[in-house]
Write a protein that binds this ligand. Structure first.
Ligand code: PRT
Ligand code: ZN
Length: 286
């Protein structure tokens, strides 16, 4: 029987939509939605399991799933024997310590002998040990942010994204102890057949991610500034330059990294480029 990759995804939550979208962009089709616990892809040797995120590292460690998508915060907190195959760049957040707004905060030593409520006792415990701070950790599974107002703790350590939950609960963020994003995890050992499928999937994921970080650029340039402009647009190998019908002008096509985009666009315009079109790229393979 040929190999099928079993992939564990969060059934419904902050990781789900982006996870489903990622496979869609990789051209892997499967059904998901209300009540479904399992789904087989119609065009890739993969079977998807829809689970609570907390259960995913365990399923992967036990080899019930060959791959899983979870937040790095959950993977590290649970300490399961799994390997991180790839960072996925979505569901970014941070694990931070926060205290009531009126607290006079002078540094992490302020927590000495205090009570801290969290759902991340391991990550917090390691951080406090590293910092040489002794504090009492109260593990609670949800609504951590209300702990100070009900007298359970003097501080909290919780996931923060926009910061509005802390703000609306009268708390201020004082230390970030961990930065997280969605990651692809796998068991430490995979069979040769499964590893080949994982490599095939990774190839597609990387092509999608690289494409998102780059833009296709088309512009018109006077021939006497072509050298200057093409030097600013190295592209994947080198830019394509073709003559325009108008004498003395050329069309330049290239690829530009998102991070360098605005800086380079200004220099390109300053060099005499006109009619600049910037187009999103769907897939990019080197
Ligand atoms: O039901 P299931 O167990 O599968 O899901 P869950 O409720 O345990 O997890 P879920 O879907 O809330 O989060 C899944 C993962 O998304 C987390 O493990 C993080 O890696 C990541 N993530 C990204 C977040 C956030 N952003 C986030 N903002 N996880 C939680 N939050 C919560 C946080 O706990 C706090 O209550 O949102 C609140 C803070 O948000 P801001 O925007 O107000 O700062
Ligand atoms: Zn969960």
């Amino acid at each position: 029987m040929s190999s099928v990759l079993r992939i564990a995804l969060q059934k419904s939550g902050r990781l789900s939509e982006d996870s489903y979208q990622l496979f869609k962009e990789c051209g892997i089709r499967f059904d998901y939605g209300t009540g479904k616990l399992k789904s087989v892809s119609s065009n890739f040797p993969a079977e998807f399991l829809f689970l609570r995120d907390d259960d995913i590292p365990g399923y992967v460690e036990d080899g019930v799933a060959d791959l899983g998508i979870v937040g790095e915060n959950v993977a590290v907190e649970m300490g399961r024997q799994v390997q991180t195959i790839h960072k996925l760049g979505f569901s970014k957040c941070r694990l931070s310590i926060a205290v009531p707004r009126a607290t006079d905060w002078t540094g992490i030593q302020c927590l000495e002998g205090k009570n801290i409520a969290t759902s991340y006792p391991n990550l917090l415990g390691s951080y406090l040990t590293e910092q040489g701070v002794r504090a009492e950790i109260h593990e609670i599974s949800g609504s951590v942010e209300i702990a100070p107002s009900i007298g359970l703790a003097e501080a909290v350590c919780d996931i923060v994204s926009s910061g509005s939950t802390l703000l609306s609960n009268g708390l201020k963020e004082v230390e970030t102890i961990f930065r997280s994003e969605a990651i692809l995890i796998a068991p430490n050992e995979l069979s040769k057949e499964k590893q080949e499928l994982v490599d095939k999937l990774l190839f597609r994921i990387k092509a999608v991610q690289v494409a998102k970080n780059n833009k296709y650029i088309v512009l018109n340039a006077p021939n006497d500034s072509l050298d200057q402009i093409t030097a600013l647009l190295p592209g994947m190998k080198s830019p394509t330059v073709t003559p325009l019908a108008t004498e003395g002008w050329s069309s330049v096509h290239s690829v530009l990294n998102e991070n360098e985009f605005w800086e380079n666009i200004e220099a390109i315009r300053a060099a005499g480029a006109e009619g600049i079109l910037v187009i999103p790229i769907e897939k990019m393979i080197y």
